[in-house]
Every structure is written in C-alpha cells, then in structure tokens.
Ligand binder design. Structure first.
Ligand SMILES: [Zn+2]
Length: 326
C-alpha cells in the first residue's frame, strides 16, 4: 500500500514530480490484519523498517513479511538504514532472527532495554513450542536468536539517537507491556511517528503512553481495538476478584491461564492488593517459568532507578509478595 504525502498539489499542478519531502510507506504486514507488523517507510531518502513481526495464524510463507519487496536483490543492508522494534510481542519482533540470520540483514536494529532483555525469551519460547512440541520445521535456532540479539542497540526512552548524520530516532513510553515504545523518526525537515501497540489507560504495573507535542508529516498508529467498547476496568477487575474470592472461600482452587509476560504480573498485583485489603492468606503460586524472568527484569530495573520520571513502569512499581512464592 504505497502512500505518499505532499505529492497531490504537485501532481494536480501537472508539473514534473519533484518530491523533496516524499514519504513512501510499504506495508508488509498488519495493514488490514492483526499480526506480522512491519512497515518500511522511506522519508527524505532514508528507509526505516518499523517492527519485524510474525503472523501467528500461519505456518507457511505468510508467517513472515515478504522481505523480497524490501530488496528484490537481497541487499537488505543497502535497502534499509535501520530497523526499529516497538516491543517484545511476537507479532512485532517474531521475524527478526529470520531477517538477520537467514535473510542476512546486518544493519542497525534499535529497541528499548527491557525489549532487548525480554524478546529473546519470547522468541525461544516460541521456537521450543513450535519445534520441540509440535514438530514444526525450524525457522531459526537458539543460536540464531542469540546472534540476532547481539546486533541490537538498546535505547532509553526520550533518548535522541543519531542513526547517521541525517536520520534521528527517539523512543516514547507506550504503556501496553514493559519496554513498549512509540518511535519518532526525523530526517531533515520531515518527521513521523510509528506507534506499535500503546495504551492510554494506566494499570498497576504500567503507566499511560506519553509523547511530546510533535510536528509530524505522517502518523502510523495501531488501531486493533480502536472501535471496541469495553466494560470499565473497575467492573472487569471487580468481577474477577469476586469470582476468585468466592471460589477460595468455598475451599476451591483457582487456575488462571494468562499471558506470562505482562498480564501475569498485572493479575498478581491485583490479587496481592486484594489479598492485603481482605486479609486473606491463601497462597498464590506461579507455574510458568516465563513469568519469573520478567519479574527479575522488573525488579532489577526498579532497583537501578529511572532515568526519566514516568518511564518504563511509571515509577510506581512494587514487587508484590506473591511474586516471591513461586
Ligand atoms: Zn503488543
């Protein structure tokens, strides 16, 4: 879906198209679907790949973005100035080891520190489930994941990174999951923002997305739940807590299947808070190994402090006691 900005006036004037500020956007995934986020934007001659995701619904070649459209001759280093990853979810980072280790991209890759810490866990977990449990053909190895992550340059939020003399990028807090960022990119007098997933409602372990007032020529934004009206957070949480309490009060056990990264931590904090208020001492256990490492990342990052107020965890994170009972 190539799009260009600032061209119509010139085109309608019937003159030769000189597009000093042309922006071209090649959407390789997540254009009209959920999954496989990957948008390649050319801005003032610089070419940036935003996200390099995998589609979880396909096992064939549709699982990955069609990288041949980025560089038909396979020269990805010549075709791209950098790759930017917004967060660790596989629909945003799942194709990255394939792109670097199998397709051979060797250029710079940027993501935040927590994303760099957690993305390899997600990728390895996915690889194990697909290859070792389901017997699928291996797309990338454990070594591929490690080699890929070595190429990643970690960035801080609000840190202006000069990719080269003309292209600069900056990450902004996106909420959604630990480490998630929206990225601003500027080349000369043209600028854009690519959001990835973001959340405007703070929860217990993450704050709301924050961004400066910026002058942009293009905004590419996540819109998966844009038209969905949900029950209020308060109502959903109350119903959940009532159901859990009723079960344990009757001597039952509650099994909660949940995403290991982010959701598990949020539910633990919700339960820990409720347990304290209601003076309950029924033990809470983690069964997922995947949940423990993120807790360590959260805890370590809290201990080293925040470079900017309201960063990755909105400065309000506390380690619930139930995290320690795994
Ligand atoms: Zn996400």
């Amino acid at each position: 879906m190539p799009t260009q900005t600032r061209a119509p006036q010139l085109a309608s004037a019937g003159k030769a198209l000189l597009l000093p500020m042309a922006i071209d956007c090649l959407v390789l995934g997540a254009g009209q679907e959920v999954g496989k986020s990957c948008a390649v934007v050319t801005i003032n001659g610089k070419r940036i790949m935003f996200d390099c995701g995998m589609h979880m619904g396909y096992l064939d070649r549709r699982r990955y973005p069609d990288f041949s459209r980025v560089a038909p001759d396979g020269d990805f280093d010549g075709a791209l100035d950098c790759v930017v990853i917004t967060h660790f979810h596989l629909d945003h980072v799942g194709a990255l080891p394939y792109f670097t280790e199998v397709c051979g991209y060797r250029g710079p890759i940027y993501m935040t520190y927590p994303t760099k810490a957690l993305a390899p866990l997600m990728l390895e977990d996915y690889r194990k489930v697909m290859v070792e449990r389901r017997g699928e053909e291996e797309q990338f190895t454990t070594e591929n994941i490690a080699d890929c992550m070595k190429k990643v340059i970690a960035v801080d939020l609000k840190q202006t990174v000069q990719v080269d003399s003309e292209l600069q990028i900056r990450a902004y807090y996106a909420g959604h999951v630990i480490g998630a960022a929206m990225f601003y990119a500027k080349v000369g007098d043209s600028a854009l923002v690519y959001t990835g997933d973001y959340n405007m409602t703070p929860d217990r372990h993450l704050g709301a997305a924050q961004i400066d007032r910026l002058q942009l020529d293009l905004l590419i934004t996540e819109s998966t739940y844009a038209t969905t009206v949900r029950d209020s957070k308060y109502t959903r949480e109350r119903e959940f807590l009532m159901a859990v309490h009723k079960c344990v009060a009757g001597g039952g056990k509650v099994l909660i299947p949940t995403f290991a990264l982010g959701r598990a931590q949020e539910l633990c904090m919700l339960l820990d808070d409720y347990w304290e208020r209601m003076n309950l001492n029924v033990p809470i256990y983690f069964s997922a190994v995947m949940s423990l490492r993120p807790c360590t990342v959260l805890h370590d990052t809290c201990k080293v402090g925040f470079k900017h107020e309201g960063e990755y965890y909105n400065g309000c994170y506390k380690l619930p006691t139930c995290f320690l009972t795994a």
